[in-house]
Design a protein around this ligand. Structure first.
Ligand code: FAD
Length: 321
């Protein structure tokens, strides 16, 4: 059995939220440990061009940005551990966590930055053409489709919001939905239906994303009518899959308050309902889900941790006297 690892600040997740928390925590002298999880660097490692992270005039690559963030966190004193947390005991402080290989982590404070994964359709061509025309984030990638034709797949609030956002860039936005009505709020639907750049294809499911050209990029989507089974093809430059997100919070079910699966934090802070447990980034954010907002929340979490520990240390010293 391995010796438990004890730390003042344990961070779960190595995306922008976790690494920003680490940079601030390390610079406050807390010697944070980051458990990286199955996706070291987080979601930005599966994209290519990033053009909206402040500080870079030119387009940068997602994986490169995350390598730099990790190097910065290590440079100021963070320890990175390649492990996935599989069990967690938050019933008393210090908290006890167990890694995939059986390692035990004892944490005076815990910062949860486990992110949220976009849901995908799982159809042919989707993975291969990811970043080459197929995206799950209009805010991130819409700008690359200025003046081009795009489709959005989905029928809830996210899909309608993405479609409306894309009208800022594209003169031709088609929403593709597998039913004959939308699930989104009425006011969003009204805005969508009255927009001159938007059309809707009802009762259509995507069968395949179609690539072409050299280098290969998306050129269209093959559709099937969900009522008649009739097949059709829609040429497009970009396709945005907008069927929701899945926050990585299975571990915290029954332990922390969740809303739609997202960890609930006290407004304007990173504090969860358990003193000493904080959450930051996409795991607590069903609205913005951007690298810069995740990084900002990571910073907030580290500042909250620092204050929490200072108060706890002071109270312990008073009690000892
Ligand atoms: C294809 C794509 C393109 C994008 N493009 C942009 C863009 O151009 N600009 C932009 O601002 N945003 C973009 N985003 C969104 C951005 O990537 C996210 O908002 C951001 O990464 C969220 O950061 P995070 O730190 O909260 O979580 P994530 O980046 O999701 O990181 C989560 C981390 O938690 C870890 N983890 C999960 N479970 C466990 C566990 N049990 N134990 C330990 N670790 C765990 C994972 O390994 C991972 O390291 C894009 C997203 C995608 C999918």
């Amino acid at each position: 059995m391995t010796t438990p690892v004890h730390t003042r600040m344990l961070i779960l997740g190595s995306g922008p939220a976790g690494l920003s928390a680490a940079i601030y925590g390390a610079r406050a002298g807390l010697k944070p440990i980051v458990v990286q999880g199955m996706q070291p660097g987080g979601q930005l490692t599966i994209t290519t061009d990033v053009e909206n992270y402040p500080g870079f005039r030119d387009v940068i690559q997602g994986p490169w940005l995350m390598e730099e963030m990790q190097a910065q966190a290590e440079h100021v004193g963070t320890t990175m551990i390649w492990d996935q947390i599989v069990d967690i005991d938050l019933s008393h402080r210090p908290f006890r966590l167990t890694g995939d290989g059986g390692a035990t982590y004892i944490a005076d404070t815990l910062v949860i930055c486990t992110g949220a994964q976009a849901k995908w359709l799982g159809v042919e061509g989707e993975e291969r053409l990811g970043g080459k025309g197929v995206s799950a984030c209009a805010t991130c990638d819409g700008f690359f489709y200025r003046g081009k034709k795009v489709v959005v797949i989905g029928g809830g609030n996210t899909a309608v919001e993405e479609a409306l956002y894309l009208t800022n860039h594209s003169p031709d936005v088609t929403l593709i939905h597998r039913r004959d009505s939308l699930r989104s709020e009425r006011i969003l639907q009204d805005r969508l239906f009255s927009h001159p750049n938007v059309s809707v294809l009802w009762n259509k499911a995507v069968e395949r994303f179609v690539g072409g050209g050299d280098p290969e990029g998306l050129v269209g989507v093959d559709l099937i009518d969900t009522l008649t089974g009739q097949k059709s093809h829609v040429p497009t430059d970009g396709a945005f899959v907008a069927i929701g997100h899945h926050p990585s919070t299975e571990l915290f079910r029954d332990k922390l308050l969740l809303d739609d699966g997202y960890i609930v934090v006290e407004k304007g802070t990173a504090k969860t309902g358990i003193p000493g447990v904080f959450a930051a980034g996409d795991v607590t954010d069903k609205v913005y889900r951007q690298a810069v907002t995740a990084a900002g929340m990571g910073c907030m979490a580290a500042l909250d941790v620092e204050r929490f520990l200072a108060e706890a240390d002071y109270e312990a010293a008073q009690a000892a006297e």
